[in-house]
Design a protein around this ligand. Structure first.
Ligand code: DGT
Ligand code: CA
Ligand code: CA
Ligand code: ZN
Length: 585
C-alpha cells in the first residue's frame, strides 16, 4: 500500500472509532497519524524496512505495527473488524457536507437511521428536527447536504484521478502492441474535477483485443463494467471510472482530438470544418459532408492528419492546447493568431502561500524551504496563520516577531545558495473587512496574503464589501483562496467576484490561484477578465507539508486554463523583481 492509501485507512479508523463513541484522544491519535503519514517525505517502504516508524512523532509501537501490516499485506485486521461492526451506510452518511460522526451517531442511536436514504426520509418526516441538538434549521441543512453529496459523488478531484491514471498510462505505453497513447477527456484538459478518465491508444487491429485484455487485468482496476474488441470501461481504485479506446494509428489524431473534447469545442470545430471545407469532422477523420458519417471510418480521412497540430492547420487554425478547449473564445483566437503563450511549470521560480509548524504545517520553515530549493525554486514564501485562527495555532504579535528573527537567521544560512525566504502572513479578513493584525505588525512582513476563514454568510453584498475593504488596505499584497470553496465538498461563499476583481485591479492587488486540489480558487473561468484588467496572479500550493509543494503543477494547469502567460504570474519573476513587487505596497 502507498502512503496515501495507508493514510486513508488510518483516517477511516479514526472516523469509525468516533462513530462508536470511543475516547476522543484515541480518535485524534489516528487522525493525526493519518495526516503525518500522508505528509511523510521519506519513502514509507524504507521506514518499514529499517524499522524506524516509531521515530516519527505521534507514531507509537501500536500504530507502527498497524502501518507495517497495511504496508506489507495491503489490509489490516483491526480495520476490517471495526468496519464490520458498524452498518456501512453510516460511513456513507459522512459524505454529506457538514454531517460529522457525532451527528451520524446520534441519528443512528435515536432513530435507527443507518443510510443516506433513511436519513433523507427521517428529515422529510421532521424526525431529525425533533432530536436534541438538531432543530429545523439543521434538518434543512442536512437535506441540502444530501443533494450536494449526490451531485458530488460521481466526480473526483483532479489530482486523485491523475494519481491513478498515470501508472496505467505508463503501463499502456510499455505494452508491446501499443503504438501511441494518451490521456483524453477532462483530465487532459486539466479540469478541476473529473467525471471519468479517458485513455486512448493506437494499435494494429490484431493487437487490440490483447491490449483490452491486459488493460482490464491491470493492478489498480477493481471492476470491469464493459469490455469489447476495441473499448473497455472499468472502475479504478478509489472508485474512479475509466474508459479505454483502441484505434488505428491513422485515426489516432482525430480520436485524440474528439475524445479530448470538450464537447462544446468539438461542436465548434465541426461547424468550422463544414463552413470552411464543406467537410464533416468526427473521431475518424474528415469526410465529404454529403456522405454518411461512417465514411471516414471506412474509407479513411479525406485529409490525412498524423497529429492534432495538422487537424488545426487543416482548419486554418493555430494549435489549441487542450486546457483551452472549452469553447471560450479559443477558436477565434486560434484563427486570429492571438492565442496566449501559456505558462509552464518550468517558468515558476517561487511560491508565497505556505505553512510551517509555527501554525498548522507539519514541517519547519527550514525543511519547507529546502524542499522548495530541491524543486528548483529560487524563493519560498512562508505565510502562517494569524492569531484569530487559534485552532490552526495562528501567530500572535509576539510570535510574529520571533518568526521574523527565525526567517532572518535562515536567510543568512540560505544566502550562499542564492535562495531567499520571504516572510509573509496569511492574515484573516475579519468582520467588516478588518485585518487580524494592526498596521504596525503588518509592517513586519514582506507581504500579506489576506484570506477569509470564518464568518461565512449568505449575504453576497456583505461578503463582497468585506473582501473589497480588506483589498483596499495598503498592507495587503494578495487575496488568498477568494471564494473559500472546497471542491466536491463545500460551495463557494456568496461573493460577487466581478466586484472583487475590479477592486483588485484598482488597488493593484494580486489574486491567488490556490493550487490545493480541493480549492483551485480563483476559478479558471474568471482569469480572462482579471487579466484584461491587469490583475496579476500568484500560484500558491498552500502547502502544509513537503509533498503539498507538488500541487504547484496542478495550479499551473488551472493557470493555463485561465489563459495565463508567464508575464501574468508574479512567481515567474526572478527574485529581485519579486522583491520589488512585494515592496510596492
Ligand atoms: P468528464 O468525464 O465528465 O469529466 O468530462 P469529459 O469531457 O471527459 O467527457 P466524457 O468522458 O463524457 O467524454 C470525453 C470526450 O468525448 C468529451 O470531452 C467530448 C467527447 N464527446 C463525448 N460525447 C460527445 C458528444 O455527444 N458530442 C461530441 N461532439 N463530443 C462528445
Ligand atoms: Ca472523461
Ligand atoms: Ca469517458
Ligand atoms: Zn487559508
Amino acid at each position: 500500500m502507498t502512503k496515501a492509501e495507508i493514510a486513508g485507512v488510518l483516517e477511516e479508523i479514526g472516523t469509525l472509532l468516533d462513530l462508536k463513541g470511543e475516547n476522543p484522544f484515541r480518535v485524534r491519535a489516528y487522525l493525526n497519524a493519518a495526516r503525518t503519514v500522508d505528509g511523510l517525505q521519506e519513502d514509507i517502504g524504507k521506514l518499514v524496512a529499517e524499522n524506524r516508524l516509531t521515530e516519527i512523532k505521534g507514531i507509537g509501537k501500536d500504530l507502527a505495527a498497524k502501518i507495517v501490516e497495511l504496508h506489507t499485506t495491503g489490509k489490516l485486521k483491526f480495520h476490517e473488524e471495526l468496519r464490520a461492526s458498524l452498518p456501512p451506510g453510516l460511513l456513507e452518511m459522512l459524505r454529506i457536507p457538514g454531517f460529522g460522526p457525532k451527528r451520524a451517531k446520534a441519528v443512528y442511536e435515536k432513530l435507527k437511521v443507518d443510510s443516506i436514504e433513511k436519513l433523507e426520509a427521517a428529515c422529510k418526516a421532521g424526525k431529525v428536527a425533533a432530536l436534541d441538538g438538531f432543530g429545523e434549521k439543521s434538518q434543512q441543512k442536512i437535506l441540502e447536504g444530501i443533494t450536494l453529496a449526490r451531485q458530488f459523488s460521481s466526480r473526483h478531484h483532479y489530482h486523485k484521478a491523475r494519481a491513478v491514471a498515470d501508472p496505467i498510462l505508463e503501463a499502456l505505453r510499455d505494452h508491446p502492441g501499443v503504438i501511441r497513447c494518451s490521456l483524453a477527456g477532462s483530465i487532459r484538459r486539466c479540469r478541476e474535477t473529473i467525471g471519468d478518465i479517458d485513455f486512448l491508444v493506437s494499435a494494429k487491429a490484431k493487437d487490440a483485443p490483447g491490449i483490452i485484455e491486459d488493460f482490464v487485468t491491470m493492478p489498480g482496476i477493481i471492476n470491469v463494467s464493459a469490455k469489447g474488441e476495441t473499448k473497455a470501461s472499468v472502475v479504478l481504485k478509489g472508485g474512479v471510472q475509466a474508459d479505454l479506446r483502441v484505434v488505428a494509428d491513422d485515426q489516432f489524431a482525430f480520436a485524440l482530438n474528439y475524445f479530448t473534447g470538450s464537447k462544446e469545442h468539438n461542436i465548434a470545430m465541426r461547424a468550422r470544418a463544414l463552413r470552411l471545407k464543406n467537410l464533416s469532422l468526427n473521431e475518424y477523420g474528415f469526410s465529404p459532408a454529403k456522405e454518411k458519417e461512417k465514411s471516414a471510418k471506412e474509407l479513411g480521412s479525406t485529409i490525412k492528419c498524423k497529429t492534432e497540430e495538422e487537424i488545426y492547420r487543416a482548419l486554418e487554425l493555430d494549435y489549441v492546447p487542450p486546457e483551452l478547449r472549452e469553447d471560450m473564445g479559443e477558436i477565434a483566437a486560434a484563427e486570429a493568431g492571438t492565442l496566449p503563450k501559456l505558462v509552464e511549470l518550468e517558468n515558476l521560480r517561487g511560491t508565497f502561500h505556505n505553512h510551517s509548524t509555527w501554525s498548522d504545517g507539519l514541517e519547519s520553515i527550514e525543511a519547507m524551504a529546502h524542499a522548495a530549493l530541491d524543486l528548483g525554486l529560487e524563493y519560498f514564501g512562508i505565510a502562517d496563520h494569524s492569531k484569530s485562527e487559534f485552532q490552526a495555532h495562528g501567530l500572535d504579535e509576539k510570535r510574529v516577531r520571533q518568526q521574523a528573527d527565525e526567517v532572518k537567521r535562515l536567510n543568512e544560512k540560505f544566502a550562499g545558495e542564492g535562495f531567499r525566504i520571504f516572510f509573509g502572513t496569511e492574515c484573516d479578513i475579519l468582520a467588516e473587512g478588518r485585518l487580524d493584525f494592526d498596521d504596525k505588525t503588518l509592517e513586519l512582513f514582506d507581504y500579506v496574503v489576506a484570506s477569509v476563514h470564518q464568518g461565512f454568510t449568505k449575504d453576497t453584498d456583505k461578503m463582497t464589501q468585506r473582501i473589497c475593504k480588506a483589498l483596499e488596505h495598503p498592507a495587503v499584497t494578495m487575496l488568498g483562496h477568494p471564494t473559500g470553496r472546497l471542491l466536491l465538498e463545500r460551495e463557494p461563499y456568496a461573493v460577487d467576484m466581478n466586484a472583487v476583481i475590479e477592486t483588485a485591479a484598482k488597488h493593484k492587488k494580486i489574486i491567488e490561484i490556490n493550487a490545493h486540489p480541493y480549492r483551485l480558487d480563483m476559478d479558471w473561468r474568471l482569469w480572462k477578465r482579471a487579466k484584461e484588467l491587469g490583475v496579476k496572479c500568484a500560484i500558491n500550493p498552500d502547502a502544509h507539508n513537503i509533498p503539498d509543494l507538488q500541487y504547484l503543477a496542478v495550479g499551473i494547469g488551472i493557470a493555463r486554463k485561465g489563459w495565463l502567460e508567464r508575464k501574468d504570474i508574479i512567481n515567474c519573476l526572478p527574485v529581485k523583481e519579486v522583491a520589488k513587487v512585494l515592496n510596492r505596497k
